[in-house]
Design a protein around this ligand. Structure first.
Ligand SMILES: CC(=O)/C=C/C=C(C)/C=C/C1=C(C)CCCC1(C)C
Ligand SMILES: CC(/C=C/C=O)=C\C=C\C=O
Ligand SMILES: [Fe+2]
Length: 562
C-alpha cells in the first residue's frame, strides 16, 4: 500500500491509496469523490491538451499506391476482416461486375478500426484499432476505391514511439514506473492520455465539413473526403468541457445533436450545434434515475420534436476507467439493480416530457424513433427502435479479436433483435420493450443498421442491418427488415463478413426503399469487394473487387457530388 498526494490541475489536490498487485498498479480503491473532483476539474475550456490544427495549404492529388506484397498480420483464418490493413493507403479504379446506376454520383465513406498492431504487439478488442477510412467514389457508373489511415495524434505517436501512447477502448499504455503511473492518472483525468483515434464513424455536417468521430470528444477529426487527408482536429469552441460524447451524433441539414454523459452528477447534457459553427449549445439536461453513473450512450434516437435519451443499465464505471488491464466489461459495468430508463426531452424547450422505467436492455445502435399520434394529432407515445442484444452484455466480449478470429463452426453469436420501445406520453411510469418482428426472420443477429435518412424521426417502414445465418460468431448477413409486414429479406455469402449496409436514396424517389444499399464484404478467400444491392428487391446489382481484402469497418456516410 502506498499513500500519495498530487495535484491534477492547478486547482485540485488529492490523495489516494494504490495497491500494487502482481507488479501492476491497481487503482480500484480510488474513492469516487476523488475521481469526481478530478473529472470536475476537466470541465473547463482548456482541458484538452491534444491536437493542434494542421493546415493543409493545398489539396494534394490522391496518390495511387500499388498493393504491397506484405502478408496479412495476426489472423489465422483467411478472412481479412479481423486483420490489420496491409498498407497505409491505396487508391485506384475498380472493375465493376453488374451495373452501377448512373444516378449514383458521390462518395461513400466508411470509418472503422482497421489497424490493430504496433510492431509485434496486437490489440485485443475490435474497438481498439487505429482508424482506417475507406472511400468508394461513384461517378458515371464507375467506381474508385481508396483507403487511408487517419493521422490522429494517437496513431502518429504509436508509429513514432513504436508503442501505445494513449488510452484506447481497452488498451492502456504501460507505465514505466510508479511515478509515471501517477502522472498517467493525472493525464487520464485531464483527458490528455485519452485517445483521439477517431475510429467509429464519419459524418458530413450541413456546412460540408466531414468529421470522423469516436466516443472521446478530442477524437473528432476533420478529413478531406476526396483525398482522405487528415485536415485537423475539430475544435469545439464552446466551454462545455467534458471528455466523452455519443459516438453517433444526429446530423441533419439544420443541426448536429449529441449527448454528453456527465459522470460527476450522473446525467446527460443534450447539446446542439448549428451548421457553420463549432459551438455546441445546451438544449437541456436529464439526470439519471438509476446509478451509480450514466448508462453508456453509444447512440440515441430523435423524433421530429423530441430527443430520446436512453439510460442503459450498462453504465460507465469510474473504477474500470482507472484499471490498466481490461475488465470483463471494459470501461463499463452491468447494473441490473439500477434498472433501465428512457427519457424524452422536448427539442424546443429542453423540458423532460416523459421519463419511464423500461425492461433491462443492451444496445449499441438505435435505428430510428417516431411520434405516435391519436386522431386529434396529439402525441400519445414515442416509438424507438434499436438493435437490442436481449439485455445480455456478452456481445462486448464476443467482439474481442481473438474470438472474432477463431470461428470453429460453433454457433457463438448471442441472440439479438429489433427492440422496439414504446414510451407513453401520458405520465405512466413504465415503457415497453418488445421485438418489432420475430428475430428468426433475421437469424437472431441484429446490428449495424441504417435507414433512409429522409425518414429520420418519422414513422418508417424499412431498416437495413446485419443479421445472422447460423452457426456464426459475428453478424454475417445483410438484412432488409420490413417493420410493417414484420418480414426480412436476407443476403448471405457463406464465410463472408459484410459491413454495415448503407442506404442511399435515388434522387427523386417517392418510395422509402427506392435506392441502393452499399456494403463492403470480406470473403472467405481473404479477398474483399464493394457490393451494391437494390434497396427494394434486395438483389445484387453490382460488385467490384478490391485489390486485397480490407479490415472490417463500422459506420459510413454519403457525400453527394457537389
Ligand atoms: C469503436 C467504437 O465503437 C467505440 C470506441 C470507443 C472508445 C474509443 C471509447 C473510449 C473510452 C476511453 C478511451 C476512456 C473513457 C471511456 C470511453 C469513452 C469508453
Ligand atoms: C459490430 C458491433 C456489433 C455486432 C454485434 O452483433 C457493434 C459495433 C459497435 C460500434 O459501432
Ligand atoms: Fe456505432
Amino acid at each position: 500500500m502506498a499513500s500519495l498526494a498530487f495535484s491534477a490541475s492547478n486547482s485540485y489536490s488529492f490523495s489516494t491509496k494504490i495497491r500494487i498487485r502482481d507488479g501492476s498498479y491497481d487503482c480500484s480503491k480510488v474513492e469516487k469523490s476523488i475521481f469526481e473532483k478530478i473529472m470536475y476539474s476537466t470541465r473547463s475550456k482548456n482541458n484538452n491538451l491534444g491536437l493542434t490544427i494542421m493546415n493543409v495549404a493545398t489539396r494534394p492529388q490522391p496518390t495511387v499506391v500499388p498493393p504491397s506484397p506484405e502478408k496479412f498480420v495476426g489472423n489465422n483464418s483467411k478472412l481479412a476482416a479481423w486483420s490489420s490493413v496491409r498498407q497505409e493507403r491505396w487508391q485506384g479504379e475498380l472493375s465493376v461486375q453488374g451495373e452501377i446506376p448512373l444516378w449514383l454520383n458521390g462518395t461513400y465513406l466508411r470509418n472503422g478500426p482497421g489497424l490493430w498492431h504496433i510492431g509485434d504487439y496486437g490489440f485485443r478488442h475490435l474497438f481498439d484499432g487505429y482508424a482506417t477510412l475507406v472511400r468508394l467514389h461513384f461517378e458515371n457508373g464507375g467506381l474508385v476505391m481508396g483507403h487511408r489511415q487517419i493521422e490522429s495524434e494517437a496513431y502518429k505517436a504509436a508509429k513514432k514511439n513504436k508503442k501505445l501512447c494513449y488510452r484506447e477502448f481497452s488498451e492502456v499504455p504501460k507505465a514505466d514506473n510508479f511515478l509515471s503511473y501517477i502522472g498517467d492518472l493525472a493525464n487520464l483525468f485531464s483527458g490528455a492520455s485519452l485517445t483521439d483515434n477517431a475510429n467509429t464513424g464519419v459524418v458530413q455536417l450541413a456546412d460540408g465539413r466531414v468529421v470522423c468521430l469516436t466516443e472521446t470528444i478530442k477524437g473528432s477529426i476533420v478529413i478531406d473526403p476526396n483525398t482522405l487527408d487528415t485536415i485537423g482536429k475539430f475544435e469545439y469552441s464552446d466551454s462545455l468541457g467534458g471528455l466523452i460524447h455519443s459516438a453517433h451524433p444526429i446530423v441533419t441539414d439544420t443541426e448536429f445533436l449529441t449527448l454528453l454523459p456527465d459522470l460527476i452528477y450522473p446525467g446527460y447534457l443534450v447539446v446542439r450545434m448549428e451548421p457553420g459553427t463549432n459551438e455546441r449549445k445546451i438544449i437541456g439536461r436529464v439526470g439519471c434515475r438509476g446509478g451509480p453513473s450514466p448508462g453508456w450512450v453509444h447512440s440515441f434516437p430523435v423524433t421530429e420534436h423530441y430527443v430520446v435519451v436512453p439510460e442503459m443499465p450498462l453504465r460507465y464505471c469510474a473504477q474500470n476507467l482507472l484499471k490498466a488491464e481490461p475488465t470483463p466489461l471494459y470501461k463499463f459495468e452491468w447494473h441490473p439493480e439500477s434498472k433501465g430508463f428512457v427519457h424524452v426531452m422536448c427539442k424546443a424547450s429542453g423540458k423532460i416530457v416523459a421519463s419511464v422505467e423500461v425492461p433491462l436492455f443492451v444496445t449499441f445502435h438505435f435505428i430510428n424513433a417516431y411520434e405516435e399520434k391519436d386522431e386529434d394529432g396529439r402525441v400519445t407515445a414515442i416509438i424507438a427502435d434499436c438493435c437490442e442484444h436481449n439485455a445480455d452484455t456478452t456481445i462486448l466480449e464476443k467482439l474481442r479479436l481473438q474470438n472474432l478470429r477463431s470461428f470453429s463452426g460453433e454457433d457463438v453469436l448471442p441472440d439479438a433483435r429489433v427492440g422496439r420501445f414504446r414510451i407513453p406520453m401520458d405520465g405512466s411510469p413504465y415503457g415497453k420493450l418488445e421485438a418489432a418482428l420475430e428475430p428468426d426472420e433475421h437469424g437472431r443477429g441484429m446490428d449495424m443498421c441504417s435507414i433512409n435518412p429522409a425518414n429520420l424521426g418519422k414513422k418508417y417502414r424499412y431498416a437495413y442491418a446485419c443479421g445472422a445465418q447460423r452457426p456464426c460468431n459475428f453478424p454475417n448477413t445483410l438484412t432488409k427488415v420490413d417493420l410493417f409486414e414484420k418480414k426480412a429479406k436476407n443476403w448471405y455469402d457463406e464465410g463472408s463478413v459484410p459491413s454495415e449496409p448503407f442506404f442511399v436514396s435515388r434522387p427523386g424517389a417517392t418510395e422509402e426503399d427506392d435506392g441502393v444499399v452499399i456494403s463492403m464484404i470480406s470473403d472467405k478467400n481473404g479477398e474483399g469487394y464493394a457490393l451494391l444491392l437494390d434497396g427494394s428487391t434486395f438483389e445484387e446489382i453490382a460488385r467490384a473487387k478490391f485489390p486485397y481484402g480490407l479490415p472490417y469497418g463500422l459506420h459510413g456516410c454519403w457525400v453527394p457530388k457537389a
